[in-house]
Design a protein around this ligand. Structure first.
Ligand code: ZN
Length: 276
């Protein structure tokens, strides 16, 4: 029975306006290895200079050099990556694909079409550099489009969970300690998954003890998004949100369903942090 290990690699940060404050959003990619395959989950963001220019958002990191450096830290080069599984096509999850011309990119067919013709509020999140790379992948070994849930490898499957985007998919990966869900932007901070638990946030919302908090960048209804989160939670032992500082960095050595403290949940950093 194949068991995987997963490393969370921090490629950069974005500083986003959030309710009158600034939220520091770390941007991750994940490296999943079973001893044979090297699978990258998401390919991260472009260099921060491009993001600042296009979206007026500050931060640090991103780009080919940073991603190559992170892989080198794991003893790999981009050529060693055989598959890139994209949770969705947004600019902070699916850039840098030209580093992996011979890897097989795995994406939901609905996400590919949404990338070309998004709902209007999401047009700025799908970049030409991502779309151009995806449609230029002509060889069967360079791209695999999925129509729903799929088992990609032994111990590694994806659930299609329309919510944040129509073709959102969440990898469920078997490790020696249980099933890990790389939840991505289906619930990108712990507080969305565990709103009633004070450890998830400084502002626990106990009235939502039997529900999740969903995001405001969405393509689907609140009901569909709630159902998608429930589905992922029931199918996994721990969830790993995309943009929370407290996620386990080495899985399964680090293993928790929810962090022990709120330290590092920077949802409400006040705007007077002058360097931002
Ligand atoms: Zn997104």
């Amino acid at each position: 029975m194949t068991e995987w290990r997963i490393d969370s690699l921090l490629i950069g940060e974005l500083y986003l306006p959030h309710g009158g404050a600034i939220q520091r959003d770390p941007v991750h990619v994940w490296l999943a290895r079973d001893g044979t395959r090297n699978v990258l989950i998401d390919s991260g963001m472009a260099e921060i200079e491009h993001i600042t220019k296009r979206l007026k958002v500050k931060g640090w990191g991103g780009g080919h050099a940073k991603l190559t450096e992170l892989l080198a830290g794991e003893g790999l080069t981009p050529a060693d990556i055989d598959h890139v599984v994209l949770t969705h096509g947004h600019f902070d999850h699916a850039e840098n694909l030209d580093l992996f011309p011979d890897a097989c990119v795995v994406i939901q067919r609905d996400e590919l079409s949404h990338a070309a013709d998004p709902v209007p509020s999401q047009r700025v999140f799908y970049w030409q550099s991502t779309i151009g790379n995806l449609v230029a992948r002509r060889r069967p070994g360079q791209i695999r489009t999925l129509d729903g849930d799929a088992e990609l490898f032994d111990g590694f499957r994806v659930l299609k969970v329309p919510s944040h985007t129509p073709g959102m998919q969440v990898p469920l990966i078997r490790t020696s300690k249980g099933i890990v869900a790389i939840a991505s932007d289906l619930g990108d901070h712990y507080r969305y998954w565990f709103p009633a638990d004070a450890r998830a946030t400084d502002y626990p919302q106990r009235s939502l003890s039997d529900a999740f908090i969903t995001g405001n960048i969405r393509s689907e209804s609140e009901r569909d998004w709630q159902a998608a989160m429930r589905r992922v939670q029931l199918a996994s032992d721990i969830v790993v949100p995309a943009h929370d500082f407290r996620i386990p960095k080495k899985i399964p050595e680090e293993w928790f369903a929810i962090p022990e403290s709120t330290e590092g949940d920077l949802a409400h950093v006040p705007p007077d942090m002058s360097s931002f």
